[in-house]
Design a protein around this ligand. Sequence first.
Ligand SMILES: [Fe+2]
Length: 174
Amino acid sequence: MKLTHAAVVAVASTIATLSSGAALAAADKSCDQGKYSAGDKMWLTGASEGDHFEIAAGRIALERGNASVKALGKRLLNDHTNALKEAEKVSRELKIPLKDKPSPSQEWILTMLQKPGVDFDATFADLAVRDHHQDIEETQEAADSGCSMAVRTLARNTLPILKQHLEMAEKIKK
Ligand SMILES: [Fe+2]
């Protein structure tokens, strides 16, 4: 069976909705211990998974994409390599261990992106738009209501980069 662009995106967005977004919204944000909240920890570890995901996706885009998808892939690869380094600093400061690879659902998306039957450019742009909408929502939440100053600062510094990625992906989708 040929895997359509729509099928990959539909499954990917269902997985995304079922996973981090809802859990993060429900996470305990109480800040009584003065250090970091459960929500901070969930955002930081989720961000590290997202960084690994976008670094890997960026590499695939550089191999398979048209010129504008390659340009987006290069930005994802470079920016999320830097973002991961910043997350590692916060991880050391707060002693929150990060993830060292994408989540299982993100691994599935990476596998799908490498299948020969996929309409690569359209699928990649669509996934990048959906992924960044969700990332921006979660990062805005961490920037506004994170308990730890280090988490809030990292989230605030990350937001403009995520918005640039969304803008690039939206232009490709048009
Ligand atoms: Fe990104």
